[in-house]
Design a protein around this ligand. Structure first.
Ligand code: MG
Length: 295
């Protein structure tokens, strides 16, 4: 295998920097820029908590429809590293699942029943997840109404975890299994609650991304990671600690930019206003990287 060393590789969170947090869709402009980057030989890897089905519908299909170049391969690490697949102009390859990182099926069944019984007015059970158990806000209800229900749901989910003797942590609350172990996490986000193995995370996604490129003989000179929340920094943390050159882009720096041993960029670094955030900032950075590799 010939070794390729592209100047950049992109590792991208999807919700926020790529998909609008409001519509949950990806703009035609972002799709076009991603394709132009791929055409320049820049590896693109998505690293998301979303399912492979979501990425296939929201990112893969629009990229194929807009003319993904023949023979180009794009990778998607989904469910925070538990599943992954690659796609070309011909469609998706096999979806891989690390079964050791999946929630027990009987627990998922109990959460599905709980949602149907008590929370179907505000939430839906994400049937597309293969490893995580995710319950998401219905787009038809407002966020404040959802958040008011979410605390109750999370408490019920912790009750179900205990009934299955699955040790779990939710924020500062720790509820070990009878063995004393905590192998699962309840992770409330602004639009969902994810229940997952504690081994899942954006760092696991970064390690898969490096492996997927290495499998193609690709060792990039430098990485650019991009996200909209604190957990997304784990991509750059992981890469930096393994001596990969990396810069991280935070498209929603309102929480403050933490001190990191690698550069952290925001829209201000592109000469834009600080209120250019989310996928508007994502689009601007993708364009800047395209300019850098085509100039
Ligand atoms: Mg995000």
């Amino acid at each position: 295998m010939t070794r390729e060393t592209p100047p950049l590789a992109l590792l991208l969170d999807v919700d926020g920097p790529i998909a609008s947090p409001v519509s949950r869709n990806v703009s035609a402009e972002i799709i076009a820029t991603l394709i132009a980057l791929v055409r320049e030989g820049i590896p693109v890897v998505f690293n998301t908590g979303r399912s492979d089905a979501f990425i296939a519908a929201q990112v893969m299909e629009p990229m194929i429809d807009a003319g993904l170049p023949a023979r180009s391969v794009v990778h998607a690490v989904c469910e925070k590293g538990a599943t992954w697949f690659s796609f070309t102009a011909n469609g998706p390859g096999t979806v891989h699942l690390d079964r050791g990182l999946a929630m027990p099926a009987a627990f998922g069944d109990d959460v599905r029943a709980l949602v149907a019984r008590s929370y179907s007015g505000h939430m839906f059970f994400d049937e597309t997840k293969r490893a995580m158990v995710s319950v998401e806000q219905l787009v038809s209800v407002d966020n404040a109404g959802y958040l008011a229900q979410q605390d109750r749901f999370d408490a019920d989910a912790l009750g179900l975890l205990a009934r299955h003797d699955l040790g779990a942590v939710r924020l500062d609350h720790r509820a070990p299994a009878a063995s004393g172990r905590i192998e699962y996490r309840v992770d409330p986000t602004i639009i969902s609650t994810d229940i997952e193995s504690v081994r899942l995370g954006k760092d696991l996604g970064a390690s898969r991304a490096v492996e997927l490129l290495a499998g193609q003989g690709i060792v990039p000179e430098s990485w650019r990671t991009m996200g909209d929340s604190r957990p997304d920094y784990a991509m750059a943390d992981w890469l930096h600690h393994r001596d990969h050159d990396v810069k991280h882009v935070d498209v929603r720096p309102a929480d403050g930019v933490p001190d990191k041993p690698y550069p952290v960029l925001t829209s201000v670094d592109l000469g834009l206003d600080r209120d250019v955030i989310h996928d508007d900032a994502g689009a601007a950075f993708l364009k800047a990287w395209l300019d850098a590799v085509t100039s």
